[in-house]
Design a protein around this ligand. Structure first.
Ligand code: ZN
Ligand code: ZN
Ligand code: ZN
Length: 362
């Protein structure tokens, strides 16, 4: 239970004129209380009013998992035969400006909307997003440990310790997953392996394609360590890369490095995206960079701040996010380089430190 976060949330509720925050499944609840609701059909919901005591409505059988801190929240277990929506509505009382977890199930939300028909609803991220985006020292330490664990696997990849040619993408993905766990992750979020033409699909599902020689292989993987996510991408080439691919890769490497360098407090998020995009466009690959430059990371793989055109929010000290430009040539090949970066008083700090140079393996 984090008293300071409770206070910050309450202050922001008042600022935004939101009467109560309703947190269900998703990362806001563990960020605030340390308790993670299971993604069950049974409703778990914290009702945190701007002006009153917080109530955690939780299925009776989950109640033993709740660490009760009576001074901050009151736990209200509900029996199988009770209607949890009615209990939540009662806790909401006469409050009408409500913010609910972005990832709450639609079914309880619809029922709540029916029982509080005159309420105004907003996504909880409006309240929590900017708060969660500024990591404290403990959170940065956790992200750093996750980054180091991911680096151990990426190092094995670029040093050729993980065999590629002759194996399926799925087999390589499994090995990467196993290594992420061995390196200390509690679980694996994803292990994308896209080879040959599949490397042009940024989120390719590792499949039965057998990796051949003379191909680019994009490997993007991450997991959760002590609650915090890792996320790294390295691209390797099987066999000696042709000059056309080297050129592409050199442009990408510059784009990634320059965007990292631009990630300084006060700089709008969209400017960091623009830096990567300009380098890639100047290099002649503009139309082949088909996604944003990055996403925030923390308890979730993707969270605020998003490094994308249109996000004019300035970066703050403590923001942690990916810088992951990519160049994708459909039907042929692709490449991406991704590191997690934290904004510090001394400039950007990369939490991933595996060499970026184009490496080729056999
Ligand atoms: Zn992605
Ligand atoms: Zn990634
Ligand atoms: Zn990412």
């Amino acid at each position: 239970m984090n008293r300071e976060r409770f206070e910050r949330v309450r202050r922001r509720l008042v600022e935004l004129d939101v009467d109560a925050l309703l947190l269900s499944i998703g990362a806001d609840l563990p960020w605030l209380t340390g308790y993670t609701a299971m993604p069950l059909e049974r409703l778990t919901m914290l009702v945190l009013p701007a002006d009153g005591d917080a109530t955690l409505v939780v299925p009776r059988l989950e109640a033993p998992r709740v660490l009760e801190h009576q001074d901050l929240i009151c736990v209200r277990p509900w029996e199988e035969t009770e209607d949890p929506v009615a209990i939540v509505a009662e806790a909401v009382g006469g409050r009408r400006s409500l913010a609910i977890s972005d990832r709450a199930w639609a079914a309880p939300l619809l029922a709540l909307q029916a029982s509080v028909p005159d309420a105004k609803w907003q996504p909880a991220s409006l309240v929590t997003g900017p708060l969660r985006a500024v990591k404290d020292a403990e959170e940065i330490a956790a992200l750093r440990r996750a980054g180091e664990a991911a680096d151990a696997v990426a190092t094995a990849l670029v040093e050729g310790e993980i065999a590629l040619v002759g194996r399926t993408e799925a087999a390589v993905s499994r090995e990467i997953s196993d290594r992420l766990l061995e390196a200390g992750h509690q679980h694996v979020n994803f292990a994308i392996v896209g080879s040959g033409p599949n490397a042009a699909s940024p989120h390719h599902d590792a499949g039965r394609r057998v990796i051949g020689r003379g191909e680019s292989v994009v490997c993007d993987f991450g997991g959760v360590l002590d609650g915090y996510c890792s996320d790294i991408t390295r691209t390797v080439f099987t066999g000696e890369p042709p000059s056309e691919f080297r050129d592409l890769y050199t442009v990408l490497e510059h784009a990634q490095a320059e965007a990292v360098g631009a990630a300084v407090a006060g700089v709008p998020c969209e400017d960091v995206d623009a830096v990567a995009r300009r380098v890639i466009t100047d290099g002649g690959y503009g139309p082949h960079f088909i996604h944003r430059t990055g996403h925030g990371i923390g308890l979730e793989e993707h969270e605020d701040p998003y490094i994308v055109a249109g996000n004019c929010e300035p970066l703050h000290r403590g923001n942690a996010f990916s810088i992951e430009p990519g160049i994708y040539v459909e039907g042929k090949w692709g490449a991406r380089i991704e590191d997690i970066v934290v904004v510090t008083d001394y400039g950007p700090e990369s939490l991933n430190n595996v060499d970026h140079g184009l490496t080729w393996t056999l």
